[in-house]
Design a protein around this ligand. Structure first.
Ligand SMILES: NC(=O)c1ccc[n+]([C@@H]2O[C@H](COP(=O)([O-])OP(=O)(O)OC[C@H]3O[C@@H](n4cnc5c(N)ncnc54)[C@H](O)[C@@H]3O)[C@@H](O)[C@H]2O)c1
Length: 335
């Protein structure tokens, strides 16, 4: 980061988010993103040290333009602004448009939850060719358009529940991780260029006509991805993924965030009591064949943070890519 000319607080915000993604078990959004960031900084797709521009500020509504700067800086600023506005208004709507990659969206839900706020996030991904096919389609028309909803815990530590998901069956980064490990992806997640289901992650990385990720949940996930594009980008004046907007190969995210102070709409103690009670009820469901337990959103990530507290495994191909990126900016190799 320093070798890219990045100045405080940028390197720490980027490092915090990427490393936390690895800790959460989302290697697709961890330090393996750095080679892409180095490339994007050198081609101009990512503007190091950019400052967000305020487009609208009317109290509980703020729209920021991310200026193609580091998403970790823009996302942090958007959430910080939103948390301040919720204190005054009980609710805030924060638009962040045209930022470079804002990474793991759960990170922004966690920032809001740490301040005691409920948050909802709808995100589009533009700046490059689409990669997710609409239900029934063989050609990609969406990015992996993520959705996130976070519920704060009392004491304002880790969220009580955190749903954070791509609207594709798997995130694109998971095909990179599988390719680097020489593994196949789960069935039903990828289409080859001819629109046939495949488990070969290389269809997303080979030169030539590209495959497509399958939208999650058939027509429902496809519809949710479509709404992320409209809410996250079209509503805020951000770039959508269709060819009217530049596709330079960069990763441009726009995000609509709604922040709610539980005290403004009800009883925060009741939210805690009833959420705990409800989550317990959900987890005590009789088990489906082949399953050992019922998990709630955010639980796999919490477990991963516990397991990875000592060591985060990074595969050799990712280390190789990191070393190559480091060499491009004149930094010594890692190992
Ligand atoms: N910035 C971007 O452009 C972008 C685009 C797409 C995805 N992403 C990020 O990619 C990351 C990975 O997304 P994903 O869809 O692959 O995540 P995932 O499928 O691993 O998890 C999705 C959600 O399901 C929950 N979950 C997982 N396993 C579960 C189980 N067995 N039982 C109950 N709940 C379970 C998780 O806690 C999480 O909330 C996310 O952090 C997302 O924000 C970012």
């Amino acid at each position: 980061m320093a070798a890219l000319g990045s100045r405080d607080p940028e390197p720490a915000l980027v490092a915090d988010q990427l490393i936390r993604a690895n800790l959460c078990g989302h290697d697709s959004h961890g330090i393996g993103m750095l080679p892409l960031y180095v490339d994007a900084a050198s081609t101009g797709g990512l503007r190091v040290n950019a400052e967000p521009e305020t487009i609208i500020d009317s109290g509980s509504i703020v729209v920021l333009d991310g200026q193609h700067g580091f998403g970790q800086v823009m996302g942090h600023r958007a959430m910080k602004t939103g948390i301040e506005r919720v204190a005054d208004h009980g609710v805030a709507l924060i638009g962040l448009r045209n930022s470079f990659h804002i990474g793991r969206i759960g990170h922004w839900g966690e920032q809001a939850a740490a301040a005691g706020m409920v948050s909802l996030h709808f995100v589009n991904v533009a700046g490059h060719e689409p990669m997710v096919a609409p239900y029934g389609g063989a050609s990609a028309r969406f990015g992996t358009n993520p959705v996130c909803i976070a519920i704060p815990a009392a004491g304002q530590g880790e969220p009580l529940a955190l749903l954070d998901m791509a609207t594709s069956t798997i995130a694109l980064g998971k095909t990179r991780v599988a390719k680097n490990k020489g593994e196949q992806v789960p069935e039903g997640t990828l289409l080859d260029p001819a629109g046939r289901l495949t488990t070969d992650p290389n269809v997303m990385w080979d030169d030539g006509p590209s495959g497509a990720l399958v939208a999650m949940g058939d027509h429902k996930g496809s519809g949710l991805a479509l709404m992320c594009e409209i809410l996250g980008a079209a509503l805020l004046g951000g770039d959508t993924i269709d060819p009217r907007y530049e596709r330079s190969g960069s990763v441009i995210n726009s995000m609509l965030t709604i922040l709610i102070d539980p005290a403004a709409v009800g009883d925060p103690a009741g939210l805690q009591r009833d959420t705990h009670g409800f989550l317990d009820y959900v987890k005590q469901s009789a088990l489906r064949e082949g399953f050992n337990e019922v998990l709630v959103p955010g639980e796999p990530e919490a477990r991963s943070r516990h397991e990875r507290a000592r060591e985060v495994p990074i595969d050799d191909a990712t280390v190789g890519e990191l070393n190559a990126a480091a060499a491009r900016v004149g930094v010594d190799l890692l190992r």
